[in-house]
Design a protein around this ligand. Structure first.
Ligand SMILES: [Zn+2]
Length: 292
């Protein structure tokens, strides 16, 4: 289930492989993944443009697209003190993506001269959206269709409308600890609330609480300053470690919960059998010994 580290890994991959290439074709294979736009509009809006940057906020990725031809034309037109170019066309347009439960974006490398086309052998399974560049492409795959893709002219506006809290890697500690004190729900529920902190999902929430030695059922307001400071540090540490391990749980440090997060798994810190409970309907693993 993609959380902040997975979204960051996808973003880096997009940045390395999909920027600056002219969009030749947009193929929506399943419009259930579209967020308030139709397939024809998405296709018309992106065709002929290029992605020029990829940013991440929480679990979401925003791909900026620009119409470089219009920009070049604009320069020429300005020189010639000529007519204004079509304003709508020159606007920045961002492709918004939320990977949902099983979404991913693959960058496709296509041998010279071959173009990835609909149902070609280069197209991954469960592709829902295919964007084709001149000699490469990108595929949004999503077996369970919980992800959403859309368009916005402003990521800031988009984030405001969705009432997303600060990004987990950019949140200010004061805001974090004051926020925790105001909440009556369990600490796990609060960390999962994207309106409070954006980026943590079920798995990394268990990991950060495990690292900070806090019981997931503890009331948020009862987490004292020492503990909230430890929790804040754990969030930064765990997320950055997960990103640098490429989100491969086998490459995480020995002392991490995630590789042991299964029935009868043992705490790597003290050897206790991990407990499994539900917190707000979400399966939760914790150590009864050091998170007691
Ligand atoms: Zn333990």
């Amino acid at each position: 289930m993609p959380e902040l580290p997975e979204a960051e890994i996808v973003r880096r991959n997009l940045e390395a492989n999909c920027l600056g290439k002219s969009i030749a074709e947009v193929v929506v294979k399943d419009d259930r993944i579209l967020d308030n736009i139709d397939a024809a509009f998405l296709t018309k809006s992106l065709k002929g443009r290029r992605f020029t940057s990829a940013i991440r906020y929480g679990k979401r990725i925003f791909l900026k697209s620009e119409d470089l031809q219009v920009e070049n034309k604009q320069v020429k037109d300005e020189r010639a003190e000529n007519q204004q170019i079509n304003n709508h066309q020159s606007k920045d347009l961002w492709l918004t993506t939320h990977l949902g439960m099983t979404g991913w974006i693959d960058c496709l490398n296509i041998p010279d001269g071959e173009r990835p086309i609909r149902d070609s052998p280069y197209e991954p399974r469960y592709t829902r959206l295919l964007i084709i560049f001149d000699h490469s492409g990108m595929a949004y795959t999503d077996p369970r269709l919980f992800g959403r893709l859309g368009l916005t002219e402003s990521p800031d506006e988009f984030i405001k409308q969705r009432r997303l809290g600060p990004d987990a890697l950019k949140m200010d500690f004061d805001e974090f600890s004051k926020g925790l004190r105001r909440k009556t729900a369990s600490i796990k529920t609060v960390l999962l609330d994207q309106g409070f902190i954006a980026g943590l999902g079920n798995l990394y929430t268990d990991e950060v609480l495990f690292q900070a030695g806090i019981n997931p059922q503890a009331k948020s307001y009862a987490v004292n300053d020492t503990r909230s400071s430890r929790l804040f540090q754990s969030i930064q540490e765990v997320l950055n470690t997960a990103i640098s391990s490429g989100s491969d749980f086998n490459l995480l440090p020995e002392s991490y919960l995630l590789p042991h997060r299964h029935r009868n798994g043992r705490c790597p810190k003290d050897g206790s059998i991990l407990e499994v409970i539900k917190v707000n309907g979400r399966t939760t693993y914790f150590c009864p010994e050091h998170q007691g």
